[in-house]
Design a binder for this molecule. Sequence first.
Ligand SMILES: Cc1ncc(C[n+]2csc(CCOP(=O)(O)OP(=O)(O)O)c2C)c(N)n1
Length: 511
Amino acid sequence: MTQTQLIHQTLHTLAYLGVREVCVAAGARNAPLVAALLNCSGIKIWNFFEERSAAFFAMGRIMADRQPVAVVTTSGTAAAELLPAVVEAHYQNLPLILVTADRPKSYRGSGAPQTIEQPGLFGVYATMVGDWDATDESHEGHCSDGPMHLNVCLDEPLETNIPGVDFAAAPPPAPSEEGPIGLVQCDLVVASGMHPEDAAQAAALLARLGAPIVAEATANLHAFPELQPLLIPGGERALQSARPAHVLRIGAVPSWRWWRDLDKEAKIKVTNITRTGFSGLARTENVETLAWENVRSTEATRLEQPCSILRFDPDLTRFPASEPGWMLHLAKAIPAGSRVFVGNSMPIREFNLALQSVNKPGVEFFANRGTNGIDGIVSTFLGASAVHDGECWLILGDLSALYDLAAPWIIQQLDHPRLRIVVVNNGGGKIFSRVTSLRALPDAARSVIENRHELSFEPWAQLWGLEYLQTEDPADLEDLLPMPMIIEINPDPYQTEAFWRDWQKPVIRPR
Ligand SMILES: Cc1ncc(C[n+]2csc(CCOP(=O)(O)OP(=O)(O)O)c2C)c(N)n1
């Protein structure tokens, strides 16, 4: 097989898998593939100088548009840079396709330049579709769920004059088989992490069930009028007051501490309906995980005995300069029709509290809750925002932002970058000051754990030519500079502490 045939086979495989967008990070080894891709029609190419952002961006594209997206890397550590996004995509069950160019198979184990053991590099996190080189007769790729890895060995001389293929001509991939429909029962629903289209399907089921629902912003359930009587405000605090017999969790694994504690409450039955297949609990007793198709279940019943649960409304106006107070200002400033990506650590938890006060039509929420990483968040957001008509807002912590300083590289390739990147700069990883067991540590240890700093994000905005606003005054959100822009918020640490002291008072459970 010639190099041209090998590359054509790779391109046809991508087309067959349903790929219509590719993120490329070029080196010499993958240059023939990149050059061939540029000759293709029916495909959108995004180009990156580094692979980690490329992979997270690709994941964001998949999250928003629900189509497979490929990342094409050169050999060596370039391929290894994909790992964090692959792990995240695995736990979100997203079709992230990894195409890694490699040196010929005979180089394996030699220590030759840019030669590493690429097949199997992503372990359990990606299915190997193939490990191909030109000495093989023909290759067959096979489709699976979640990330897929295609390793392509290219020998010198590297060919760069390879005609492209028409991706649009490939037949659309056959829809995956539907799972069996089971009986859906519960007296309490917890909801998190659903694509807006899935949320619409879930809303119909939940309205039929009629059980109380505690939902995170990322569940995208807040705008459904039929659910308003069922939605219980107060998140974690409301859940602490609940005495359920059978919990239905729908969507991603929730961010609440309450969910983690559910592992020890083996008597409480848990039914999961999720696209990921993961139960999100270590215990197997009294836990079942149903396929997504069960949202259409006609056999959905609420238990006769209703679950007692209290409603809690945080008063965010009492502490306007606290972090949760700022989330309320942001929720008011975000226009209807926006797409909002919330960063892990405190932003996702604090924004949940603000959402119940402000409910704007057509606002969609996304987050990376596969493994709750604070890496790659800016890149994932940019991928999720790349094709959206409304404004796109990211709210994330300062350490999370520092992880992904290269991410804005891609902004110049976006058609209408209506982006607001809000960095809640509280000078470190302040989630650790909320962890009870860590609060007793000496200040020196806490300082190391929190990675305290006094950095400003203004040079970051300058580097990428973005508008920049630093503010301690919520009124500054009323008249914002043009997009894309970085908004750096410095919340008041004393008000933040006071808010949490007030909010985390022990909950008295109803009898
Ligand atoms: C990749 C990765 N490394 C480490 C962690 C552990 N971790 C969780 S939250 C956090 C601190 C986050 O700090 P920041 O983004 O500033 O948010 P804040 O806690 O201040 O809200 C860390 C290090 C993680 N989740 N992901």
